[in-house]
Ligand binder design. Structure first.
Ligand SMILES: NC(=O)c1ccc[n+]([C@@H]2O[C@H](COP(=O)([O-])OP(=O)(O)OC[C@H]3O[C@@H](n4cnc5c(N)ncnc54)[C@H](OP(=O)(O)O)[C@@H]3O)[C@@H](O)[C@H]2O)c1
Length: 298
């Protein structure tokens, strides 16, 4: 595989997605920075990215992609594959936070955040995988969160979406290894991006009536996260390192944060237990990464 990768990233209008897209392109990787509604709500962001690409002669272009819309995902993946001839890396980054007590979150809001944060990855992975299986190489990257490994009260639904994403990504990690395709997870701590201003609030506040001081917990936690957030370029730099790591040498999980709230301990424990489970089920050989050439030989 060429060391310069063809990358498709979701949610590239702002925050991590934008920084990752620009960082990868500045290092010579061809990047399809996708976003929803690049001629409407994201017109300013799209035009800034196009301006940067032109000014610095970067291999960076925009495609429309709404992760909640199957047809939109398929269209964008098809367009990227047509233009570049292949897709080496798909970065599932689009997502948002939902603050509030679990009980104060109506089913519809719970479904909406799952649709973006979890089903978005389901859609994107299913759209890119036929290309990667044909190439017999590729990387599915998932921007999860420390909140995909530890539970933060007041962020129940957000945590649930990231836990779900982690399970999907880890299953793909095992299921695709024999075809030379990797699936990895990035677990950032709190970083300064528009994520905090984009937080959605649980709509049914009447459910908080009997919770006493606990009703204030979501706001308290949101304030802690906002005030402790670091420089988001750290996450973009970590993604660059992962993308540039040779195939077969990438980890399943990468915690990215200045302080570790216990995520490393959980990751190393689950890695050991998963390995034992795969061995006891007799699945270890089938779930080990195998380098494959385009001709299909290992
Ligand atoms: N910042 C943190 O502290 C932190 C920590 C851990 C994990 N994360 C995760 O990092 C990812 C990026 O978040 P961020 O911090 O960079 O915040 P952000 O600036 O708010 O970025 C979120 C991105 O997701 C996009 N998006 C939302 N719904 C979408 C949809 N239906 N289709 C396509 N794109 C959609 C947004 O696009 P629009 O502009 O169109 O809304 C935006 O580009 C998220 O998955 C978040 O959960 C963030």
């Amino acid at each position: 595989m060429d060391s310069k990768q063809i990358v498709l990233i979701t949610g590239a209008s702002t925050g991590f997605g934008r920084l990752i897209a620009e960082t990868l392109a500045r290092h010579g990787h061809t990047v399809f920075a996708t976003m929803r509604d690049p001629v409407g709500r994201n017109a300013k962001h799209a035009s800034e990215i196009r301006g940067l690409a032109q000014k610095e002669s970067l291999p960076l272009s925009i495609l429309e992609l709404d992760v909640t819309d199957d047809a939109s995902v398929v269209r964008a993946v098809h367009a990227a594959a047509e233009q570049a001839g292949r897709i080496d890396v798909a970065i599932n980054n689009a997502g948002y936070g939902l603050v509030g007590l679990a009980e104060a979150t109506p089913t519809e809001q719970a479904q909406q955040i799952m649709d973006t944060n979890f089903f978005g990855s389901v859609r994107v992975n299913r759209a890119v995988l036929p290309h990667m299986r044909r190439q017999r190489s590729g990387l599915l990257l998932h921007i999860s969160s420390g909140a995909g490994r530890v539970v933060i009260p007041g962020f129940a639904l957000y945590c649930a979406t990231k836990f779900a994403m982690e399970a999907l990504a880890e299953s793909y990690h095992y299921e695709l290894a024999g075809q030379g395709i990797e699936s990895s997870i990035v677990e950032p701590g709190a970083y300064q991006t528009p994520v905090f201003v984009n937080f959605v609030t649980a709509a049914d506040s009447t459910r908080a009536d009997t919770y006493g001081a606990v009703a204030q917990l979501p706001t308290r936690v949101a304030n802690i996260l906002t005030s402790s957030s670091g420089n988001a370029q750290q996450v973009a730099d970590a993604v660059l390192r992962i993308v540039e790591t040779p195939a077969g040498q990438r980890q399943l999980r990468y915690r990215v944060s200045d302080t570790d709230i216990g995520v490393d301990a959980i990751n190393s424990l689950t890695e050991r237990i998963q390995t034992e489970i795969l061995q006891s089920f007799g699945l270890a050989a089938d779930t080990t990464f195998v380098h494959r050439s385009a001709a299909g030989t290992a």
